[in-house]
Write a protein that binds this ligand. Structure first.
Ligand code: PLP
Length: 451
């Protein structure tokens, strides 16, 4: 049941937002943010009584849904006991969060450096790699997202994000596998895997292996389109890193903590990086938290020598208490298994069935609760439904698609010509079916723009 809320209160919230909030990644005068009155589980609602099934998990972070009572209670209890404490002290919530995370990360990623979110986790992983190797360069993939701070935005393989910072010296991008848009070079996943590994090794050779500190990859690139890498790719990158003494960093900020139907996406591919970044799902985004899981070998570099980096709120007790409660909820309530089972049996099969009926769907790809539909004008040519970085009239087909989804009670994730299906990992079968029905209606609108 959506509580009755006064629409006038919503108007006041909206007016203050428009007057004073400077929004991320937006032209301030061209946006119209929804005033949100509340949220619970897989749903949120506005002040006019409209209720939406959230197929976005916020920005892919509410892996256990909104307002889980056990996590809310843990935050309240921590606030009552010890709201905050400086990072140099051992604090129960921090120690316990680190222990629970280290227990779940692959291999010997057993030391946890806490940050405030994902971008600063990437910044610190890269700093650790540079100091550990004594080398300057970082290699990362085009079609990736690693965060909005100076270094992380440069490591991000998307020119729309670089803005005035430009591409930083010392960051080199390469082409990771993406068969759907690589078909002139490869026809099978295996060929695409070989192409991508050969390209990476050539890039390493031309850049000079002795100059490269780290290869940074999202285990499954998320924001850029949920491109599940072919079997063998990440293991191949692991081998190349070992061969050339390069630190392998996997960014699990979006893919981690149950999203893929495993605790970490690295588990799907049976690879262990040297450093692994996380954020978002670690506590479902209830309080900002991120971190780097550090392998024994890299931790040793900083055994007798100080690590030159830190944050005032590193391992903030409120955020860590939320992480402890979230991880316990995930373990006790079978959230990871739910992502795998509802993901495969309802979401995946439902999306594949939609793709058969809707000509606007060019490709369905993903795993667990981590799916993307590539919307196209024409399935043969694979021309995207809207051009790269389209705005205004040029973006009309995606805008119409999104409006139709919302009219059917579904809040969709829309990124360029794609819709990502990334609901909470706790979503029920019934809710998932409800979302798929709304998606069906919205895709009929997208179909009108196909040729
Ligand atoms: N890395 C990845 C893979 C992400 O998806 C994101 C955010 O979407 C980030 C890093 C940045 O995280 P944050 O926005 O918490 O700084």
């Amino acid at each position: 049941m959506t509580p009755q809320i006064d629409p006038r209160a919503g108007a006041a919230v909206k007016a203050a937002d428009r007057a004073h909030v400077f929004h991320s990644w937006s032209a301030q005068d061209l946006i119209d943010p929804l005033a949100v009155a509340g949220a619970e589980g897989s749903y949120f609602w506005d002040y006019d009584g409209n209720r939406y099934l959230d197929f976005t998990s916020g920005l892919v972070f509410t892996n256990i849904g909104y307002q889980h009572p056990k996590v809310v209670a843990a935050i309240q209890e921590q606030a009552a006991t010890l709201t905050t404490f400086a990072p140099a002290f051992a604090v129960e919530a921090r120690s316990e969060a680190a222990r629970l995370i280290a227990e779940r990360t692959p291999g010997d990623l057993d030391k946890i450096f806490f940050t405030n979110g994902g971008a600063d986790a990437v910044e610190h992983a890269v700093r650790m790699a540079r100091i550990h190797t004594g080398r300057p360069k970082v290699l990362s993939a085009y079609r990736s997202y690693h965060g909005g701070t100076q270094q992380a935005v440069n490591i991000t393989g998307d020119p729309r994000r670089w803005a005035s910072d430009g591409a930083a010296a010392g960051v080199v991008h390469f082409w990771a596998p993406f068969l759907y848009r690589s078909r002139f070079y490869a026809e099978t996943e295996q060929q695409e895997c070989e192409r991508a590994l050969e390209h990476l090794e050539t890039t390493i050779a031309f850049e000079g292996p002795g100059t490269i500190a780290a290869v940074v990859l999202e285990t499954i690139p998320g924001t850029a389109g949920i491109m599940v890498p072919p079997r063998g790719y990440l293991a191949g990158v692991r081998d190349l890193c070992d061969k050339y003494g390069i630190v392998f960093v996997l960014d699990e900020v979006m893919a981690g903590f149950g999203r893929t139907g495993e605790w970490f996406a690295a588990d799907l591919f049976e690879v262990t990086p040297d450093l692994m970044t996380f954020a978002k799902g670690v506590n479902s985004g209830y309080v900002p938290l991120g971190g780097v899981a550090v392998s024994g070998r890299i931790a040793e570099t900083f055994g007798k020598r100080p690590y030159p980096g830190g944050l005032t709120y590193s391992g903030h007790p409120l955020a860590c208490a939320a992480a402890v409660a979230t991880i316990n909820v995930m373990a006790q309530e079978g959230v990871v298994a739910n992502a795998a089972v509802v993901g495969a049996q309802v979401i995946e099969s439902g999306l594949r069935e939609l793709a058969e009926r809707h000509p606007s769907v060019g490709e369905v790809r993903g795993v667990g609760m981590f799916w993307a539909l590539e919307l196209v004008k024409n399935r043969e040519s694979r021309e995207p439904l809207v051009p790269y970085n389209a705005a205004g009239e040029a973006n009309a087909p995606m805008a119409a698609f999104a409006a139709a989804a919302k009219a059917h009670g579904l809040w969709p994730f829309v990124n360029m010509n794609r819709t990502h299906v990334v609901p909470p990992c706790t979503i029920t079968e019934t809710e998932a079916k409800e979302g798929l029905a709304a998606l069906d209606a919205a895709l009929s609108v997208a179909d009108e723009y196909t040729e």
